[in-house]
Ligand binder design. Sequence first.
Ligand SMILES: [Zn+2]
Length: 170
Amino acid sequence: MPVSGLNYKLSWDKDFPEENKLEMRPTGKKYDSETHPNWKFKYKLDSNQRRVFAKDIDITVSLDKKDNWVVRAKMLDELLRHEQGHYDITALLARDFDVSIKKISASSVDEIRKKVGNLEQEFKRKFNDIQISRYDKQTKHGADRSVQEMWEQRISAEKRKSDGSADNLP
Ligand SMILES: [Zn+2]
């Protein structure tokens, strides 16, 4: 099963609730917008004589729209492209997750559940590292136009490659 929602184009209209179009930044926020992309997954288990493994893996990339917000006066294309980058990085990670979960096998049901849980933790760390410590920091949340453009190119190059991976991002 391919990962769903890999290609999705964000818009201020449909992805940012009207009540979250704000006159000013919420207290303590350093940026003018925030989106919350993530992915959900389901799987079944199968086994042969020796090993247990995941099958029917179903992964969907999505947005928690109710948590997305933007400062109304900053609803510009440049900022939307920056937020699109957060979504696209999430899509890349979801595809990597799909590759990784398919490689897991274990000797028992308990063990495979544990391994999948560990993989989730590993990807949560990766998610925060790439989205916050690298993408937001390097692009200054999109304010550095040339770094932002470089990231957009790198993200779309990895998305196009069949063996592309979030691990190859700057
Ligand atoms: Zn950002």
